[in-house]
Design a protein around this ligand. Structure first.
Ligand code: FES
Length: 212
């Protein structure tokens, strides 16, 4: 605590106690009041009403904040949904009925099931068989050229006879055949889940052709 060292002096004919700087004790309280640093508390104006502009700004930021939060939650929910329900590949059924043998011309290739099931149905004078439309080189889809009576792959030029045997281009082996049978209702039943490869001697399997 700060103290003042006083001394006695004669002022206006009276003996008065002064500070070390010569100030009388009567003046000291006034001097102290004028030299005391303000804390600012008393000078602060009373808090004003923020007004409608400030309230509108606060409302805007609140709406923006909640909007961003909602959008972020929706995005996160979408990610979780995709994780919970991944893409499912729906493939056409592996077996299907293809009508009766009488619907197919002898010594001809039918493209009736090519787009939907990836199958050529071939009928010769004795039997029918279901050929895969997948090239055995790199998996392209060959075209049936009726005038040349061959399947021709547009990718690298492989050629296949109507039997499925490869005879030109880079294809290393014949086209594959699918299981074929006659259903109880007289319709041709093709089962793509069972394949037969000529190079493995599987074309002799009675399930690989249908006698007609
Ligand atoms: S994919 Fe058919 S020839 Fe290459």
């Amino acid at each position: 605590m700060r103290t003042f060292k006083g001394r006695w002096e004669m002022i206006d004919g009276k003996r008065k106690k002064t500070t070390s700087s010569g100030m009388t004790h009567e003046k000291l309280p006034r001097w102290a009041a004028s030299n005391t640093p303000s804390t600012g508390a008393a000078e602060k104006p009373a808090a004003k009403n923020p007004g409608p502009a400030v309230e509108r700004r606060a409302f805007f930021w609140m709406v923006l904040g909640w909007g961003s939060f909602t959008a972020a939650m929706a995005w996160a929910g979408g990610l979780v949904g995709r994780f919970m329900f991944p893409n499912v590949l729906f493939e056409p059924p592996q077996s299907f009925k293809a009508g009766t043998p009488e619907e197919y011309t002898v010594n001809d290739v039918s493209e009736r099931w090519k787009d939907r099931f990836g199958v050529w149905l071939v009928r010769d004078t004795e039997k029918m068989y279901a050929l895969s439309t997948v090239c055995t080189h790199l998996g392209c889809t060959p075209n049936w050229l009726p005038n040349e009576r061959k399947f021709k792959c547009p990718c690298h030029g492989s050629g296949f006879f109507t039997t499925g045997i490869n005879f030109e281009g880079p294809a290393p082996r014949p086209l594959e055949r699918f299981k074929i049978a006659l259903a109880d209702d007289g319709q041709i039943l093709i089962d793509k889940s069972k394949k037969f490869q000529q190079e493995k001697g599987e074309w002799n399997d009675p399930d690989s052709f249908l006698v007609v």
